[in-house]
Design a protein around this ligand. Structure first.
Ligand code: FAD
Ligand code: FES
Length: 366
């Protein structure tokens, strides 16, 4: 008992001390005006010190990729900090390789601007724009996935490569005091340039998805920035395997609509894994694409169908279904989209079936 009281007291003291440090840092430390010098002085920003490098850049309309909203868990906000970033923090360590640390790569969400800072960012980040739009329709596709259709207003159109994603801004609402940005793959036809379709799956207690499912209504104004990412079809003719589950459908819908528009004849087999029939969607649309595309087949697979489900399609783990169809994947390419666990399992299966790792492209939804 004495032991637990001692440990509890120690924890309480640590929490109080950390809180005091945060408060003291906020109110006592005035970092004044600092300069962010970008790409060898190509661009210079005068900013107020004290906030994170990521949020300061966003406030200046320079949109760095980020999926966790600055939480230090996604690793997408990496950029090079050549001067003024201070030592690598413990919160950065797990997401930086030794090679990255040696070449000054840092997590921009973890660095606080305390002095003048020199950074390097890829030129394409300057092309990322902020968009405003109005929610035209919110359509339930399954019990936990919604199609959110946005009509663009400012600017009025978007140009993107299928496979790209945007960062949607969830404004502050009850239980979430600050706006947050989250990544969502574009699910729309790239020729439908004045609209954007997103497929959003509800994450229990998730900040952005709770806002989408409980607060966002048709007619509401929304902000997002994009497009981001390099997940896209290669320029080869290699036969393709697509694998997805849940809202991982999004980039493949956009890619398939684009393939249909361009009359692409490249062989493509799309394996879509779900647990129960209620998790399946777009079956009709995929059938239509099978007709429109000369060498495309959609192969839905249910993990655990019940006898009463009337399911006569593929069953079992999606990785096992892929292996049944393609025990030898050499000479093919694979495109994967979904949770990190699903993607890692697919990579293991595909390389085990002879696919070179460099032929596997993916977007991890985390
Ligand atoms: C490149 C990219 C593209 C993406 N595209 C899509 C898309 O098209 N559709 C889509 O629905 N999502 C997509 N995501 C995931 C999305 O960005 C958010 O992570 C997700 O919607 C949860 O946000 P949230 O604010 O509701 O949850 P948060 O408040 O960020 O998280 C709440 C809790 O849930 C956990 N969590 C976060 N994300 C997930 C998840 N996906 N599954 C299970 N647990 C989670 C967190 O670790 C945390 O514990 C994509 C992610 C990336 C990186
Ligand atoms: S924004 Fe996710 S780690 Fe920095």
């Amino acid at each position: 008992m004495t032991f637990f009281i001692a440990v509890g007291t120690l924890c309480l003291i640590c929490v109080v001390l950390s809180a005091l440090l945060v408060v003291a840092d906020r109110f006592l430390n005035d970092y004044g005006t600092c300069t962010i010098s970008i790409n060898g002085g190509e661009k210079e920003l005068e900013v107020r010190g004290g906030a994170s490098l990521l949020s300061t850049l966003v406030s200046k309309r320079i949109f760095i990729p980020s999926a966790c909203g600055g939480g230090g868990s996604c690793g997408m906000c990496k950029l090079k900090v050549l001067r003024g970033g201070g030592p690598v923090l413990a919160t950065e360590e797990p997401l930086l390789s030794d090679e990255e640390k040696a070449s000054n790569v840092r997590l921009s969400c973890q660095i606080k601007i305390r002095e003048n800072i020199d950074i390097q960012i890829p030129e394409e980040y300057f092309r990322v724009r902020e968009f405003q739009g109005e929610i035209e329709a919110i359509t339930p596709l399954t019990h936990d996935i919604r199609l959110v259709r946005i009509k663009l207003s400012e600017p009025e159109s978007i140009d993107f490569t299928p496979g790209a994603y945007v960062q949607l801004c969830a404004p502050s609402y009850k239980d979430s005091p600050d706006p947050v940005y989250r990544a969502y793959s574009i699910a729309s036809d790239p020729t439908d340039t004045d609209h954007l379709d997103l497929l959003i799956r509800r994450v229990p207690k998730g900040i952005c998805t709770t806002w989408v499912f409980e607060h966002l209504k048709e007619g509401n104004e929304v902000l997002f920035n994009g497009s981001h990412g390099d997940f896209r079809l290669s320029g080869t003719d290699a036969p393709m395997i697509f694998i997805a589950g849940g809202s991982g459908m999004a980039p493949f819908r956009s890619m398939l609509l684009d393939m249909r528009n361009r009359g692409v004849t490249r062989p493509c087999r799309y394996f879509f894994g779900a647990v129960k029939p209620r998790d399946m969607f777009y079956l009709e649309e995929m059938k239509e694409l099978e007709v429109a595309l000369p060498d495309f087949r959609f192969i839905p697979a249910l993990g655990a169908p019940e006898p009463g489900d009337g399911w006569d399609g593929e069953t079992g783990l999606v990785t096992d279904v892929v292996t049944r169809h393609f025990p030898d994947c050499s000479g093919m390419e694979a495109y994967l989209c979904g949770s990190p666990g699903m993607i890692n399992a697919c990579i293991k299966t595909l390389t085990g079936n002879g696919m070179p790792e460099e032929n596997i492209f993916y977007d991890k939804f985390a």
